[in-house]
Design a protein around this ligand. Structure first.
Ligand SMILES: Nc1ncnc2c1ncn2[C@@H]1O[C@H](COP(=O)(O)OP(=O)(O)OP(=O)(O)O)[C@@H](O)[C@H]1O
Ligand SMILES: [Mg+2]
Length: 253
């Protein structure tokens, strides 16, 4: 059975999609079978993995609202061992349509259960909200990784996020655990960035990954070519940091 990890932060632009794409690539390079699930209507993970969200016929919307099988929707990417469950802007409608459905929080979980044996890790990219799509991701996950951008308001909202994880555990009876936070877009010359790092380590002792993702132009450029950092600039600082993060996640086995 795959280990299922949601990358979650209701704050936008903190590096969720970049982390799913690149952790996925390095785990695949370690010989693991990986599925990236794009649960965000913005479809950044889909396009970042070289798939045009407007060209996909089947996507997560059909899985969540029409019961289409995940195996019909999954496609391969340019990275060997890294598969994708693509998104499309229409997925935004699922968040609304699901509201009246029974078992609405468990649609993704039910779907992934049927294919989970085919993978070692399933990485879920969440939208920047704590709505029904993210809840579906959490209810399907064993673990949560929280990407945190090193900026002034970084810690704001984290309490709310941790409470949401608790609510999923208590109200949905599903055991999901926070693996840790990963700091992204870090610039060690910037004092505020260094302060946020210290603050995180103080607030979440033992729960901050050693891998710190630096601000890195290659990481920002790679998705415009539909490539992971492994394919685009593996020896960049960003590439090395995501390799380290993937290895830390592997070491938790
Ligand atoms: N370490 C980094 N260095 C430089 N740019 C980065 C880095 N990480 C992410 N970016 C860029 O910052 C932007 C936001 O990153 P990303 O899309 O991964 O965040 P997100 O949390 O998924 O955003 P959203 O909440 O909108 O889904 C993107 O343009 C991405 O290419
Ligand atoms: Mg994203």
């Amino acid at each position: 059975m795959a280990r299922i990890i949601s990358f979650v932060n209701q704050k936008g632009g903190v590096g969720k999609s970049t982390s799913v794409i690149n952790v996925g690539a390095f785990l695949a390079a370690h010989g693991k079978r990986i599925l990236a699930v794009d649960l965000d209507p913005q479809a950044n993970t889909t396009s970042g993995l070289g798939v045009d969200p407007y060209q996909v016929e089947w996507h997560l919307y059909h899985i969540l609202t029409a019961g289409v099988l995940a195996e019909e929707v999954i496609r391969k990417t340019g990275v060997f061992g890294l598969d994708l469950l693509p998104s499309n802007p229409n997925l935004a409608g699922a968040g609304i349509e699901l509201v009246t459905q029974p078992n609405r929080e468990f649609k993704l979980r039910e779907s992934l259960a049927k294919i989970s044996n085919n993978y070692d890790y399933i990485l879920i990219d969440s939208p920047p909200s704590l709505g029904l799509l993210t809840i579906n991701g959490l209810a399907a996950s064993d673990f949560v990784v929280i990407p945190v951008q090193c900026e002034y308001y970084a810690l704001e909202g984290l309490g709310h996020l941790l409470k949401t994880v608790d609510l999923v555990r208590e109200n949905l009876g599903h055991n999901v655990n926070v693996l840790g936070a990963v700091l992204t877009m870090y610039d060690r010359r910037n004092r505020l960035n260094r302060d946020v790092l210290k603050e995180m380590q103080r607030n979440f002792p033992g729960r901050v990954f050693n891998a710190i993702i630096p601000r890195c132009v290659s990481l920002a450029e790679a998705p415009s070519y539909g490539k992971t950092i492994l394919q685009y600039d593996v020896y960049s600082k960003g590439g090395k940091a995501y390799r380290q993060l993937a290895e830390e996640i592997l070491a938790l086995e």
